[in-house]
Design a protein around this ligand. Structure first.
Ligand code: F2R
Ligand code: MG
Ligand code: MG
Length: 352
């Protein structure tokens, strides 16, 4: 990774954070929808229109995905030593300044407790969620891209920071490992030369090897429950990638990989969307632009569309760089300039 050209790396930082933003802003109007063939046409027209130069009208708003992602980035920019209390404070401050960004129902309890206890133990409120089992929502994964970028040349530190920053709000192993898997996927995408095609099977096999190591830390040796859920899901991703893409397959993918608010049912789906888009044409998504194809396809899988598109967009942007993202489309998104500025500051903090 250290041999990567600096201008390209800077473009990839911008690409990944913008990918997150665009996935979130453009996916959120469809959150919770079951996408019919008719709606896929609507989505195609919606994306075509977004490429129009100087399109007038209100901007597409970002949601909790971007609101929290930008606070993760700010934490990394603000201090050379990662300060998790500072991160927790930024999350809480952001939530209470704009609570109507569509946050997960239960994570709000964590913010309230953190504030009430004056951040005395920043990990305690999250541990208490769901009668002590912790949240398995995708809230950790949706905001993790800045960690993958910042630690582009330090894999072990990246894994550690991905875990600790997620545990401020999510302590269930499915929530934490989902965030780690998303982080590894962005990190891997970042290391690929955008001029060279990614081989989806190789990409997935590499991810599987890495997540196996992470999941093995949970192994109690008793064999009582599925110890490698993400490894198993990635095998499913590979299986679906081996089938020729057709419209009916989307429903099967949504059912088997999932498209819900749970990390387990959305992070693998985001990886699949990115892999499917770089692999070949998708019949229901009419564009040659790989970045657009990734987020448009992720949205057509329905369910938690803002978050799945946000996570897939972070991977596609990290691979392709800023140049792959249509400027007209990007400018339609609230916070476009702010995210470019944040990506540049993150790059300056990460690359000395
Ligand atoms: N909240 C939403 N979408 C709802 C609709 C929004 C609407 N469009 C609007 O604007 O109002 N989206 C956002 O939430 C997801 C991230 O959630 P996060 O941060 O993980 O939150 P939380 O509350 O921890 O978990 C979410 C839900 O998952 C279920 N759950 C989690 N752990 C559980 C457990 N151990 N046992 C049972 N259920 C568990 C709960 O239903 C939680 O409320 C993103 O999609 C973001 O976009
Ligand atoms: Mg959201
Ligand atoms: Mg969502």
């Amino acid at each position: 990774m250290s041999t990567i050209d600096k201008n390209l790396l800077k473009s990839k930082f911008r690409g990944s954070l913008l990918g997150s933003l665009l996935g979130d802003c453009l996916g959120s109007p469809f959150e919770g929808d079951v996408i019919t063939p008719g709606e896929k046409l609507v989505i195609q027209k919606y994306f075509d229109k977004l490429e129009t130069p100087d399109l007038k009208g209100p901007k597409r708003c970002y949601t909790d995905d971007t609101a929290m992602m930008k606070e993760v980035a700010k934490t990394l920019i603000d201090k050379p030593e990662i300060d998790y209390k500072h991160m927790a404070k930024l999350f809480v401050k952001e939530y209470f300044s704009e609570p109507h960004r569509g946050y997960g129902q239960n994570v709000v309890e964590v913010f309230n407790k953190l504030r009430k206890t004056k951040f005395e133990d920043i990990y305690k409120p999250a541990k208490e969620q769901f009668n002590g089992s912790g949240s398995f929502g995708n809230g950790g994964a949706m905001r993790i891209a800045p960690v993958a970028l910042y630690f582009h040349d330090n894999y072990d530190a990246m894994i550690n920071v991905a875990k600790q920053s997620t545990e401020i709000t999510h302590t269930n192993s499915l929530g934490v490992h989902g965030a780690v898997l998303q982080c590894i996927a962005v990190h891997q995408a970042l290391s690929h030369d955008p001029k060279t095609a990614i081989t989806p099977k190789d990409f997935c096999d590499e991810l599987t090897k890495k997540i196996k190591v992470v999941e093995s830390e949970n192994d109690d040796g008793l064999g009582l429950h599925d110890q490698n859920p993400y490894e198993d899901k990635l095998n499913f991703v590979n299986y679906f990638l081996g089938i020729k893409c057709h419209e009916e397959l989307d429903e099967e993918v949504a059912q088997n990989l999932g498209n819900s608010i749970a990390a387990y049912d959305s992070v693998p789906t985001a990886i699949y969307s990115f892999m499917r888009a770089v692999q070949n044409d998708i019949p229901t998504v009419n564009t040659d632009n790989l970045f657009r194809r990734t987020i448009q396809y992720a949205i057509t899988l329905g369910g938690d569309t803002d978050t799945i598109a946000c996570m897939a967009g972070a991977m596609a942007g990290a691979y392709l760089g800023e140049e792959a993202i249509d400027k007209n489309m990007a400018k339609q998104c609230e916070g476009y300039e702010m995210i470019v500025d944040l990506a540049d500051k993150l790059y300056a903090a990460a690359v000395k």
